[in-house]
Structure formats: C-alpha cells, structure tokens
Design a protein around this ligand. Structure first.
Ligand code: SF4
Length: 288
C-alpha cells in the first residue's frame, strides 16, 4: 500500500485504485452522526473545512503519487468524513473540481466512486450529482450496507444505521436504470462483540445476497458490483459503546479475510481495504 498525503494508492481487482478522504465542509459534521452510527469516529476528523483547503488537500495528495502510478490508476474514489453527495458537506465547487481533477490527471481512469448513503443518493439532488460526472467513466455510489443482518445493521446495539433492504433494492434499480456502477462496503465483523466464525459466515452471507441482487438487477452491459471488504478495527467510540471488554476479543485477521475472499471471489470481485484512517486503537492485522 502506498500512502500519499491523505490519499491511498492500492491494488484492487480493477487495477490500481486511489482513495481520498475529503473533510466535511459542514460545521456540524456528518448529518447522520447526530442520530446514528454512534460507533463512528470519522466525523471527528475535521468539520467545517473551508472548500479551498479541501481542494488543496486533494491536489497535494495527487501531486505526491508516483508519476508511473498516475497512468496506471483505473479507479479513483472520493470518501468524506460525511457524505460526498451531500451538498452541505461537499460543496458544488469542491465536487466539480475534485472529479475534473480525477478525469484530467488519471489518463486511464475507468471508474469514479463516491461515498454516500442511499438516503442521499436516492434524492433528486443526490442522483443529479451522480449523473453530473457520468460520461465515458463508470460513476458509482459507494454504499456502506456492511451487513445483511438487519439487527446488526440497524439496532442501537449494532451499527445503528437506518439503511434498509428496500434502500438497497432502490439503489440497485437506480444504478441499473442510470447505467452507473456500484461499490458496496461489507464489514468483516460488523460489531466487535461477534465471534470470528460468526463474522466470517455473516460476511459471506452478505456478499451472497449482494451477488443475487446484482444478478436480479443485471444490466445488458455487464458491470458487476465491487465489494469493499473491511475487517473491523476498534476505535475509541466503539470502546465507549461496547465497553473495554472488546479490546480483549479476537479481531478478524488474514485467515478470516482469506476465507471470505476464497469463498466469494467467484461470485463478485472483492477489494480488501485494510486502512483505519489512523483511528484504530488496537491492531490485530498489519497494513501491507
Ligand atoms: S458511518 Fe458514515 S454516515 Fe455514519 S457517522 Fe460515520 S461518516 Fe457519517
């Protein structure tokens, strides 16, 4: 893994991939954080960032990429400490400059991913923003569905997100009808109170469901969903939520990741992301 200033260049099933974390320009931080996702430390990484500073951070990250890698990058993704499709969090100018930069600098780019939630992507303004950059590149929302287990995904004892199965159906329909791509984040161990075996089977169950949805909403042009498989890392807020006990529990490592990839790689392409945004307080796996 090559780490540039706040950007990452890594290998993925589509070739080299560049991921960049924008900061939310909304002074209140991520809108969902006030009522949901109470385990998430990401909104604490800067809020109310001025647009100019946000853009300059991206410019510096791109400038630090090895010149040979620039031509090899096939996929560029915008993440945010909030949501990329939310106009209060990433202003119109920042979004336009960022996506234009990607298109002009990465000469072999085929995919542009934007981190969002169905609750935003499915609104008129969210969809409009996705379609703004649709051209000869596949534009794709990146959705943090994380687990097909409704209780783990939505309950207060779980991830506490309001993303429903109906949202996912609507997202699959949207990407089919608009000719977009799709990335879905899957957590290998959505909550730190799970057993390793349970976590592996749950990740496989989630990927199997996404493969079925991908088949059900298949386009004439084959454009399979890309799975972003993320093993859990423990953050300070998780300890506050689930207690210090979780620091002593086993976390998924290479063996669990390898098993999920081996059992699912023939049904959907899988990118394994092992990056903790510097927020992990205990590492049971090492970044490569
Ligand atoms: S998981 Fe995403 S939507 Fe939820 S608080 Fe964190 S950044 Fe916001």
């Amino acid at each position: 893994m090559l780490k540039t200033e706040k950007g990452l260049v890594r290998q993925s099933p589509r070739g080299l991939r560049f991921d960049y974390l924008l900061k939310t320009e909304n002074a209140q931080g991520c809108k969902f954080y006030k009522t949901q996702c109470d385990h998430c430390n990401i909104p604490d990484i800067g809020r109310g960032t001025p647009p100019q500073e946000n853009i300059m951070g991206l410019v510096r990250a791109i400038a630090s990429i090895d010149v040979n890698d620039l031509r090899m990058i096939k996929q560029a993704d915008l993440y945010c400490t909030g949501n990329v499709l939310d106009k209060d969090e990433v202003g119109n100018n920042t979004f336009e400059v960022a996506t234009r930069l990607f298109i002009s600098v990465f000469s072999n780019l085929s995919h542009i991913g934007v981190d969002t939630r169905p609750e935003i992507a499915l609104t008129e303004t969210g969809t409009e923003r996705l379609l703004e950059i649709k051209g000869h590149h596949y534009v794709e929302p990146i959705i943090g569905y994380e687990t097909h287990n409704d209780h783990l995904r939505t309950s207060k004892n779980g991830l506490h997100k309001t993303i429903t199965r109906e949202h996912m159906e609507a997202i699959f329909r949207l990407v089919r009808d608009c000719g977009l791509g799709l990335q879905v984040n899957v957590m290998l161990m959505p909550v730190p109170t799970m057993e390793l075996r349970e976590a592996v089977e749950e990740a496989i169950n989630t990927i199997t469901y996404l493969a079925k949805m991908s088949e059900r909403f298949r386009r004439t042009e084959p454009q399979p969903v890309l799975i972003n498989l993320h093993p859990l890392y423990v953050t300070q807020k998780m300890v506050a939520k689930w207690g210090e006990e979780i620091l002593r529990r086993p976390l998924p490592g290479d063996a669990e990741i390898d098993e999920v990839v081996a059992r699912c790689k023939d049904i959907l392409p899988i990118f394994v992301g092992r990056y903790d945004e510097g927020l992990g307080i205990r590492k049971a796996y090492t970044d490569d």
